[in-house]
Design a protein around this ligand. Structure first.
Ligand code: ADP
Ligand code: ZN
Length: 737
């Protein structure tokens, strides 16, 4: 899709008395006009403060004013900030994203300005040193003053306290000399600088397939121009080495590099590898960074001091002026999709940024998204394939355990065959991993006496028991309550039963089965923050753990050489929901988890517990025939006109009042424009019909590929009167439905 609205092109600068359009980081329809005060010259991209109502606000000069408001009614720009202007590439990108996602441009701008305090000049400290020529014009000297002079004669700058202490005088003496002009003030910042990546670090020779791939990307980087590559290779095939090499070539060519990762907090191993390759830590960017660090990185990127950034999806909006390469690792991950505010997919928007900025983009994955493969098939992306694991490591053997034929004992979740393999692994002093993508102890608590199910009071979801924390939690809104003793509905004591397993329950079973084994439970409830995560990884690496039980936090990116067995507790879990991508996602996740086994010399095995061994996903995992699976998926979607062969958008309406919501939804349904190429489905209750106390209804807009879905939705929404209490969220290319 291409944006309808052309970016405002403002070539020259605007001088005093002229008007400029200033975009503010707010949900407004566009830039607001302001007058340039005398003595100021403003160019597009300049950060300025402007009055808005009673306060001053920072915005960006976006273009010439629209001229709609008479000059005398206009307010004046207050000031220009001392930061590098927003690069043209980022301004174009902001507009593009706004048009594509149907968001107010100011809301996208907000993503690009989200570095608290970044726009204020860095805080400076003051130090003193001997002023030039001061010796010739000394004022009246005292012994104390002479001692200060003696210290300062070495020419170094010192803070006032330091200088006074070294000279053995009071701070007042230093001040007196400064006032007299003998000492001069110098300003300095205590902020950490950025390491320069070392491109000469010795590194392993690449395999033939690796160097071909690196050369293809590297050549494009050096020649310039947009191209998207899919770097496609099984886990452990050396994709990271390839894109590090491409990044090194971009850095050598004087360009900045951005590496996007799905879950930045989970990447201590990645940062170590980065450091081994480039001799320094990269600049990091993600939402867990303290404000000060975000400010430092934002500035560093804007001023070109930070040459390479590793970040989560929002790093895409950093003010790079010389960006020459974006890598999106694990491009299929849904963590790249932002589902709040501006709904965007960082993978897709990275490709857009590359196309606007005329530089290459690399998408890396062992299990590419169907959308990405479709782009390869259509010749839009260049396919670089690494078909083998590096070195002696082999792909693991994958087996299904048919739970109908080999059921666990009553009240247990692990089949005898899986338990036996774990016992063998323990005997050989190897590690095993049990994977279950479900936090907590049990996903549902039910009263045996009256059938009542414990539900979240604010959401349409069950409460999940967390036995270790002795509480029930809603995984959608964060609501928690202590686990009740009696049923809240009928009051029966000891009647509440836990239904189904979560990882905590599996951990309990494993401890009973193998009391001597050292067990580690890894889920986001246990691993709060990067430090806990690093510690868990260290324990596994140093073989302080025999059996790892984990949710998807263990699925990705790790190399554990002693890990030879992966057991998937419930392979059918993700297939239950009716989501369009349920099969694709289950395949990706289970393939990733399987990839944890046998990363080094020791061969690995994967045992998948399933009630549906004949399901297409299971067959693909067993045969390892990913492409046949993707082709079948593609054929199904093409037949139904679903993405990537058709286009989809979700419109979610939410309100605390159900009657109001339903009335609005009915009105909207009536007002939907007729189109041959576009169907509107709904309104229907959204997948979470109640979330955080708000009722939710949804329309799905399903369009043919060539239809302009944004234009259609904009035209539709323009006719609808939306009450203040109702929120409308438009999600182009939605993931959850
Ligand atoms: P992927 O990103 O495809 O999962 P990695 O780049 O992590 O694969 O490589 C897997 C392992 O093989 C890593 O330990 C890496 O250091 C090693 N490796 C990859 N390529 C080479 C190479 N050319 N020489 C030596 N070791 C390599
Ligand atoms: Zn809830």
């Amino acid at each position: 899709a291409s944006p309808e609205r052309a970016p405002h092109a403002l070539k020259g600068a605007a001088a005093g008395g002229e008007r400029v359009g200033v975009l503010l980081p707010l949900a407004l329809s566009g830039a607001y006009d302001y007058l340039v005060p005398e003595g100021l010259r403003l160019a597009p991209g300049d950060y300025v403060t402007v009055p808005l109502g009673p306060r001053l606000m920072v915005g960006v000069v976006w273009g010439p004013g629209s001229g709609e408001v008479a000059d005398k009614k206009l307010k004046k720009v207050a000031d220009r900030l001392d930061v590098p202007p927003m690069p043209e590439g980022l301004r174009k990108f902001t507009e593009w994203v706004a048009d594509y996602t149907l968001s107010p441009p100011g809301m996208v701008l907000r993503l690009a300005m989200r570095a608290p305090g970044a726009l204020e000049p860095p805080r400076l400290c003051t130090a003193y040193r001997l002023a030039e020529g001061a010796e010739a014009v000394l004022p009246k000297m005292t012994p104390a003053r002479t001692r200060v002079l003696d210290v300062a004669r070495d020419g170094f700058a010192r803070r006032s306290g330091e200088l006074a202490e070294e000279a053995g005088v009071s701070a007042g003496v230093v001040k007196g000399l400064a006032d007299a002009g003998v000492l001069e003030k110098v300003a300095f910042t205590t902020e950490r600088g950025f390491d320069v990546p070392d491109l000469e670090v010795p590194r392993p020779a690449l395999s033939a397939a690796q160097s071909d791939a690196a050369a293809a990307i590297g050549t494009r980087v050096e020649e310039g121009g947009f191209e998207t590559f899919l770097l496609d290779g099984v886990t452990g095939s050396g994709k990271t080495e390839v894109y590090f090499e491409a990044a090194a070539r971009a850095l050598a060519a004087g360009r900045q590099v951005l590496i996007l990762l799905p879950e930045i907090a989970l990447t201590s191993q990645f940062l170590d590898r980065f450091e081994a390759r480039f001799g320094c830590r990269p600049a990091e960017w993600h939402s867990d960074l303290p404000a000060r660090e975000r400010r430092r990185v934002w500035r560093g990127v804007a001023e070109g001091r930070a040459r390479i950034v590793v970040g989560a999806r929002s790093a895409l909006f950093l003010p790079f002026a010389e960006l020459g390469l974006i890598v999106v690792d694990e491009e299929h991950e849904i963590a790249f999709k932002q589902d709040e505010g501006v709904h965007y997919n960082a993978r897709d928007m990275a490709v857009v940024r590359g196309s606007l900025g005329a530089f290459p983009v690399v998408l890396a994955s062992a299990t590419p998204a169907l959308e990405t493969m479709a782009n390869v098939w259509a010749g839009r992306y260049r396919h670089l394939v690494l078909s083998e694991r590096h070195g002696a490591a082999q792909m693991p053997d994958v087996f299904a355990i048919d739970m109908r034929a080999d059921p666990p004992e009553r009240g247990r979740w692990l089949s005898p065959r899986l338990v036996k393999s774990m016992a063998q692994g323990l005997a050989k002093e190897e590690q095993s991993l049990l994977f279950l993508n479900r936090r907590g102890y049990a996903p549902l608590t039910l009263c045996r006496s009256c059938g009542h199910r414990l539900e979240c009071p604010q959401c349409d979801s069950w409460l999940v028991e967390h036995r270790f924390r002795k509480e029930l939690a809603c995984h959608h809104c964060g609501y928690t309550a202590p686990s009740p003793k009696a049923c809240p509905a009928c009051g029966a004591e000891d009647a509440l039963v836990a239904c189904g397993p979560g990882v905590e329950r599996i951990a309990e079973e494993v401890t009973e089965l193998f009391p001597e084994a050292r067990v580690a439970l890894l889920s986001s409830d246990v691993l709060r923050g990067p430090a806990a995560y690093r510690e868990a990884v260290r324990q596994i690496e140093e073989h302080e753990v025999d059996i790892i039980i984990g949710t998807q936090v263990v699925a990705k990116g790790h190399n554990f050489p002693l890990l030879t067995l992966v057991g998937v507790v419930d392979s059918d879990l993700g297939l239950e929901n009716g989501d369009l991508r349920a099969a694709e996602r289950t395949f990706q996740l289970l393939h990733q988890v399987s990839g944890r086994a046998g990363r080094a010399e020791k061969p690995g095995r994967v045992l998948m517990q399933t009630y549906m061994p004949e399901h297409g996903v299971m067959r693909a995992l067993l045969s390892g025939d990913r492409d046949a699976f993707l082709e079948r998926e593609a054929a199904g979607r093409e037949r139904l006109g679903y993405p990537p062969y058709g286009r989809l958008a979700g419109i979610v309406l939410s309100s605390p009042r159900l009657d109001q919501l339903q009335a609005l939804a009915r009105d909207m349904a009536r007002l939907a424009p007729l189109s041959e190429k576009i169907d509107v489905l709904g309104p229907a209750p959204a997948p979470l019909a109640l979330l955080r106390g708000r009722h939710r209804m949804r329309f799905l807009v399903k369009a043919r590929r060539e239809a302009h879905i944004q234009g259609y939705i904009a035209q539709w929404l323009a006719q609808v009167q939306i009450p203040a209490a109702v929120r409308v969220a438009v999600d182009i290319d939605p993931y959850n439905f």
